[in-house]
Design a protein around this ligand. Structure first.
Ligand code: PEP
Ligand code: MN
Length: 343
């Protein structure tokens, strides 16, 4: 909202009162008047309340480019699981790619024991090289669904193309739109029209505004809700696979009040950093984590270097997701056992 300070009022006193209301305030002077831009989402403050602040003249409400997202609840219920501000953090865990029925069945049992409530895994894989493993497609969806059902888990998996959406939506509780496709408007329309809740991963080179506009697309076309997923963006530094933008997570959680989860696996690209980034993500307000795991990361068909061995996921589960798992005695010191790319 844009606030114009009354001509004879003291702008610094007005600003102080606005800040006390919990607003993020930026001053700009225009046509001889002092104006403040206040974040419309940063506190649940109405225009009427602002007009009641001593020294405030006019309050203008610019048209939002994301009206549906503005009205989106801070907490989303998917099946039996709640994700968002008023819920405990959720763990989405599983392989990068669903590799075989036996592997995903075994992994589902183990991630559930670690405290996961969602089984993640790719059936249709967006790979950079056409020579890399592309996923087992429809068969993998069935394997994953059965493995999840047998262990009381929900399924989150990706559709890459509009033509895949209907099929994937039959198997997924939460339909994933991946980083490489975040701005594909045909896919956003089709995913929204499925009526499912969507996990929208941030495009690796997308700004916050582009990401939020993509979420608006989904809601406009009928999505039951959106969970945003910060998974790292490209920066000048290629030291880690991507740069995990935790400021974005804090902003989305505390200013926009939207459900957002963090994927530290793709963010870092190496498993030894994942526990630390997971703690940091929860600390800034993430509603959950999406973590890749594998029984034998060195043998994984995709993204092995960033996959956590189950023992390490188990440690992470004890530390951050104890509310979601059966209590078992603590085992410590295993996080340090994940230092090599090929372990
Ligand atoms: C994934 O989660 O399987 C994936 C491919 O991630 P991203 O779209 O973030 O690269
Ligand atoms: Mn992956």
């Amino acid at each position: 909202m844009i606030i114009t300070v009354q001509r004879h009022a003291d702008p610094s006193l007005v600003r102080k009162q606005l800040i006390e209301l919990g607003l993020w305030v930026k001053r700009f002077d225009d046509s001889g008047a002092v104006r403040f831009l206040v974040e419309p989402h940063s506190a649940r403050v109405t225009r009427e309340q602002l007009l009641g602040v001593a020294g405030v003249g006019e309050v203008a409400v610019p048209r939002s480019s994301t009206p549906l997202l503005d009205a989106h609840p801070a907490t989303l219920r998917i099946g039996t699981v709640e994700i968002g501000a008023s819920a405990k953090p959720v763990l989405m865990a599983g392989p990068c790619s669903v590799e075989s029925e036996a592997a995903v069945t075994e992994l589902a049992r183990k991630v559930a024991a670690c405290g996961a409530t969602f089984l993640r895994g790719g059936a249709f894989k967006p790979r950079t090289s056409p020579y890399d493993f592309q996923g087992h497609g429809k068969a993998a969806l069935g394997w994953m669904r059965r493995a999840a059902d047998d262990n009381g888990l929900l399924v989150v998996t990706e559709a890459m193309a509009p033509a895949e959406v209907e099929l994937v939506a039959q198997y997924a509780d939460l339909l994933q739109v991946g980083s490489r496709n975040m701005q594909s408007s045909p896919l956003l329309r089709a995913a929204g029209a499925s009526g499912r809740p969507i996990l929208l991963k941030r495009g690796m080179a997308s700004t916050m505004d582009e990401w939020l506009a993509a979420a608006e697309y989904l809601l406009l076309h009928g999505a039951a809700g959106v969970v945003l997923c910060e998974r790292g963006i490209r920066s000048f530094d290629t030291f880690t696979r991507f740069s995990l933008d935790l400021a974005a997570v804090a902003y989305l959680t505390h200013v926009r009040r939207l459900p957002v989860v963090v994927d530290p696996s793709h963010g870092a690209g190496r498993r030894d950093l994942i526990a630390s980034l997971s703690r940091a993500s929860i600390a800034v307000g993430a509603a959950g984590l999406m973590v890749e795991t594998h029984e034998q990361p060195g043998e994984a068909l995709s993204d092995g270097p960033q996959a956590l061995p189950i023992a390490v996921l188990d440690d992470l589960g004890r530390e951050l997701f104890s509310h979601a798992r059966a209590q078992t005695p603590a085992v410590s010191g295993r996080v340090s056992a994940c230092g090599s790319e090929l372990s």
